[in-house]
Design a binder for this molecule. Structure first.
Ligand code: GAR
Length: 200
């Protein structure tokens, strides 16, 4: 049975596009179905792109709402979808314990650094400012902490030729776009076993 997923975005959605392509005709084709692309910002550019893919979209604006109130609203809204997984793809909001409890071990995130080295936002800036020759991308389950959940996989990114922040981002994103689908393939196919996963 195909897993029923929602993809959560807040912005341009380049990871979402890579996922939608792999769901349409790539390595995720037989493994999952996108029930919904969800954004917390009406101006998120990825929403329009998702519509062009013919995928259902929804937006509930988070601005001005308390974290838990907003999350309660989203959890209530998502109930009818009976989702197997929520895939965060540039969703720039920390999820409250209330949200995590509603979808425990069902929320997956991509983080543009090694979660044991750098947590939170600004990972490519961090790699650039610290003149890292290599960085890593982490795909992980989401728990109550910030980037502290069980790791599904890490992928090294070579930054040696990168002279600007834009080049660092470009190299990192190119890796994210292929690696996220590969990590999700392992989870949706059952190849990745949660109980064998390690913390960051
Ligand atoms: C990506 O680099 C993603 O890894 C990062 O935001 C960017 C979203 O780009 N996510 C985080 O930093 C989460 N903490 P996109 O909207 O083009 O996919």
């Amino acid at each position: 049975m195909k897993k029923k997923i929602a993809i959560f975005i807040s912005g341009r959605g380049s990871n979402m596009v890579a996922l939608l392509n792999n769901i349409k005709e790539g390595i995720l084709k037989d493994l999952c179905r996108v029930e919904l692309v969800f954004a917390n910002k009406p101006e998120a550019a990825g929403l329009k792109i998702a519509e062009e893919f013919g995928v259902p979209t929804a937006c509930i604006e988070s601005k001005g709402k308390k974290r838990e109130d907003f999350d309660r609203e989203v959890v209530e809204f998502l109930k009818e979808y009976n989702l197997d997984y929520i895939v965060l793809a540039g969703y720039m909001r920390i999820l409250s314990p209330l949200f995590i409890a509603a979808y425990r071990n069902k929320i997956i995130n991509i983080h543009p650094a090694d979660t044991s080295e750098f947590q939170g936002i600004g990972a490519y800036e961090w790699a650039f400012e610290n003149k890292k020759a290599f960085t890593k991308i982490t795909v992980h389950f989401v728990d109550e902490g910030v980037d502290t959940g069980k790791v599904i996989g890490k992928q090294i990114v070579d930054l040696q030729g990168c002279k600007t922040l834009e080049e660092v981002e470009k190299a990192g994103l190119a890796m994210e776009h292929s690696f996220y689908s590969e990590a999700l393939r392992k989870v949706f196919s059952g190849e990745y076993k949660l109980e064998e996963g390690s913390k960051p």
